[in-house]
Design a protein around this ligand. Structure first.
Ligand SMILES: NC(=O)c1ccc[n+]([C@@H]2O[C@H](COP(=O)([O-])OP(=O)(O)OC[C@H]3O[C@@H](n4cnc5c(N)ncnc54)[C@H](O)[C@@H]3O)[C@@H](O)[C@H]2O)c1
Ligand SMILES: [Zn+2]
Length: 368
């Protein structure tokens, strides 16, 4: 099904430091040029793979005399590093990019984080636009202003807050996305529903087949609801001093799984799905979520599987959770859902409680 312009939805992100639209719909790329602010120089950061698939559509609306310059970053988490920021900044400088230039980050979350960070620090900050091309980037990473790179010692340890001028989430881009990447993004949308949007959760609970078939209307609903939820939270707590923490449901154990498997075995969304299952179990044992609710969420997560298996032990996972960026002064902070659409941050999860939930999860991992 194609969408006309009327089906395009715009969600406003409003924080203390920025206000910008996130446009969601089909057919955005072919009309891109007229949606952009007028600038003398436009630069695009993308990956060779994405450019091979989508450059024709991307460039369709640019006039001949105002074609953008294209910068490439190879695909993979190992390229989300400062050394590549320096290389890209040097390319910008050699092509005479100045403070009035516009950078477009066109790709998945890695391109988005790197493009945003490059824009944050090149000449102390230039304007940029996000065109996320994975579901994960559309529902999560392109909104909220977090940008950055990895260090050898950990993910996203260098970064800054730098909001884009706007975000264009073109659903058509998802047609070429591998199935596993789609599922990984869907887990973040289940998370969005569980923590704060009951309607979104119910929709995902009842329509996995339609969604996995990539029905455009279903995807548009999921993407715009997830963005609205994130925009709402970021509007209240831009710098993660309180409420924004709840976006980390499933991420304490999820990040630990990614770290112990060296970011190679699982996609981020898959690790987070396992992490959500562990957090639900913790909630069951503590009695903070009803078993019926917990089972519904668990079934919904598994409906977007399969979840890949991996090898580790509870000790290593527990150890990795203590190095989580969310922790404050050595206190582990943990997001627990209390009911669907409602979650809380707790600081009193003990090692033995968490170890029990992790062991429960690892038994499921071994069966996967
Ligand atoms: N800034 C934030 O708030 C935030 C939030 C969540 C995640 N992140 C970051 O996002 C990154 C993960 O992002 P991701 O999951 O999008 O991964 P990614 O950027 O690596 O993209 C995943 C894969 O999909 C391919 N791809 C992208 N778009 C495609 C398309 N339309 N068709 C075909 N293939 C396509 C890419 O080439 C890549 O192989 C991580 O580095 C994570 O730290 C940031
Ligand atoms: Zn995440």
């Amino acid at each position: 099904m194609r969408y006309d312009e009327k089906s395009v939805r715009t969600i406003q992100v409003k924080t203390k430091s920025a206000k910008y639209p996130v446009v969601v719909g089909s057919g955005l790329l072919p009309t891109l040029y007229r949606r952009l602010p007028k600038r003398n120089r436009v630069f695009v950061l993308t990956s060779p793979e994405i450019w091979a698939l989508w450059s024709k559509r991307f460039l369709a609306s640019f006039p001949k005399e105002n074609q953008p310059s294209v910068l490439f970053l190879p695909t993979g988490e190992q390229y989300k590093r400062l050394t590549y920021i320096e290389q890209l900044a040097s390319q910008l400088a050699s092509e005479h990019a100045d403070r009035s230039s516009l950078l477009i980050a066109f790709g998945g979350g890695i391109i988005g984080d790197m493009g945003g960070f490059l824009a944050a620090i090149y000449m102390r900050g230039i304007d940029y636009i996000q065109i996320p091309s994975t579901l994960l980037a559309q529902v999560d990473s392109s909104v909220g202003g977090k940008t950055g790179t990895n260090l050898a010692s950990g993910k996203n340890l260098i970064g800054s807050f730098h909001h884009p001028l706007s975000v264009f989430a073109d659903i058509d881009l998802l047609h070429t996305l591998p199935d596993r990447e789609l599922r990984a993004g869907l887990f973040e949308s289940v998370k969005a529903g569980v923590i704060r949007d009951t309607r979104l959760f119910r929709f995902m609970e009842h329509n996995p087949k339609t969604i996995l078939k990539r029905d455009s209307k279903a995807l548009e609903y999921i993407i715009s609801s997830s963005i609205r939820m994130k925009a709402d939270i970021v509007g209240i707590d831009e710098k993660e001093s309180g409420l924004r923490m709840i976006l980390n449901f499933g991420h304490t154990v999820g990040h630990a799984i990614e770290a112990v498997t060296h970011y190679r075995k699982l996609l981020h969304g898959e690790a987070i799905a396992w992490g959500m299952l562990a957090a639900l179990q913790l909630g069951r044992v503590r009695g903070t979520i009803s078993p019926t609710y917990a089972d519904r969420v668990e079934r919904t997560i598994l409906a977007y599987g399969p979840l890949p298996s991996f090898k580790t032990d509870a000790g290593r996972l527990l150890d990795a959770t203590s190095r989580d960026k969310k922790n404050r002064a050595g206190v582990r902070r943990f997001v627990l859902p209390e009911g669907i659409g409602n979650s809380v941050v707790v600081e009193n999860v003990t090692d033995s409680e968490l170890a029990a939930a992790i062991n429960w999860m690892l038994r499921r991992v071994r069966e996967a």
